[in-house]
Design a protein around this ligand. Structure first.
Ligand SMILES: Cc1ncc(COP(=O)(O)O)c(C=O)c1O
Length: 391
């Protein structure tokens, strides 16, 4: 029996596979998949419990409960400086930003359309393109500062370009796109009438005074942008599966239809609790930023003592390392070999760099460590890394 030709082309997530491998090795520290190993804020958990007790147990309005859409509109107007957002017209609440991205793409793509992706990329974007029928075109972010060539990007745009995916702060590089870069991308989107789909789930995890800018806040981008976010990273609630997409009314009308038939809706009581989370004050975001700045410094300094050559991230909660010397020393062939070696010999699970590139060779010497972990976990990781300290 012939099954789907589309799903044959991609494999299961390497990131989530590394979590399974970590679980098979007792004592292995999982710095692979990006989920916190510490508690979510007590007040948000209580809001969810209260919502269930208050019998918010049936389907919410398919595109999101009124309370959550109001909270998103308020937050995105203030923090992200999007001036056009009407909770009734521009917001679709989804099952995480994962669903927001796929529903967005399904809502805008026609056969033959191209979508530009910066690489290294978050591994979902490739399958998202294939599942929505788009042809991905790639532009490289070059280490160590992860800049891209403006000319190269301009040359990728053509009449078939439907969208460009931006992820800022970026997974896996930690790049925070600056005003000049975003303005350049926005101008290209407006010239070619294509859509910037922007995944901003790490928007509050910024280091060394970097600032987050939403491309949708730049002039005239209202009709050419989809801004995606979720509660997963900002509130350490990756398992709750509540996210959203904010776009023009025209795009939102199509997106809502895809979302309705794909999932019907995000969990109703957790939408209520998400609305509460979005109402937390500046103190919370200050705490979050400081917490992750400390975690980044701790893991970065530990990696710096080894031959793994870490590149310091400006945002998000990952560190890419360039392990060519180390791999030579142990005759490791590629980044998968390296990741398995690190699990078995060092006791740390990471994500092979190859999974972030269209051509696996581009990431063959890289591996990604995440630091969304409590102090004790990072301390244990530091002890493991001591096994490969420079002599
Ligand atoms: C860039 C990026 N987008 C989306 C996701 C998934 O987000 P969500 O839990 O909101 O579906 C992740 C998770 O690691 C991510 O790194």
């Amino acid at each position: 029996m012939d099954l789907s030709n589309i799903t044959k082309v991609f494999s299961e997530s390497v990131i989530r596979e590394m979590t399974r491998i970590a679980n098979e090795h007792p004592g292995c520290i999982n710095l692979a998949q990006g989920f916190p190993d510490f508690s979510a804020p007590e007040s948000i958990k209580n809001a969810a419990i209260e919502a269930i007790r208050a019998d918010i147990n049936q389907y919410a309005i398919t595109w999101g409960s009124v309370s959550l859409r109001n909270a998103i509109a308020e937050k995105i107007t203030e923090y992200n400086k999007l001036k056009f957002v009407d909770p009734a017209k521009n917001i679709t609440v989804t099952c995480g930003s994962t669903e927001a991205m796929l529903s967005s793409m399904k809502a805008i793509i026609n056969p033959g359309d191209e979508v530009i992706i910066f690489e290294p990329f978050y591994e979902n974007y490739g399958p998202d393109c294939l599942l929505s029928g788009a042809t991905p075109r790639y532009i490289m972010l070059n280490p160590p500062d992860w800049k891209f060539e403006f000319d190269e990007l301009e040359q990728l745009f053509n009449e078939r370009t439907k969208a460009i995916i931006i992820n800022t702060p970026n997974n896996p590089t930690g790049k925070v796109f600056n005003q000049k870069e975003l303005k350049f991308i926005a101008d290209l989107c407006l010239t070619y009438d294509c859509i910037a789909i922007t995944d901003e789930i790490y928007e509050h995890i910024l280091f060394d005074d970097h600032k987050h800018i939403s491309i949708a806040s730049l002039s005239d981008m209202e009709n050419n942008s989809i801004t995606i976010n979720s509660i997963s990273k900002t509130y350490s609630l990756t398992g709750w599966r509540v996210g959203w997409a904010v776009a023009s009314e025209k795009i939102t009308n199509e997106l809502k239809k895809v979302h309705d038939f794909l999932t019907v809706g995000a969990p109703a009581p957790l939408q209520d609790a998400a609305a509460f989370a979005l109402s937390l004050g500046d103190d919370y975001y200050k705490w979050l930023g400081d917490f992750y700045q400390h975690a980044r410094d701790k893991l970065f300094n530990a990696l710096k003592q080894t031959s793994l050559n870490p590149i310091k991230p400006d945002g998000a909660y990952y560190i890419i390392t360039n392990c060519e010397d180390y791999m030579d020393q142990y005759c490791l062939q590629d980044s998968t070999d390296l990741a398995i070696h690190l699990v078995k010999n060092i006791g740390i699970a990471t994500v092979p760099g190859s999974s972030f590139y269209a051509d696996p060779k581009s990431g063959q010497y890289q591996t990604r460590f995440c630091f969304c972990k409590k102090e004790e976990t990072l301390q244990s990781a530091t002890q493991c890394l001591n096994k490969i300290r420079h002599k």
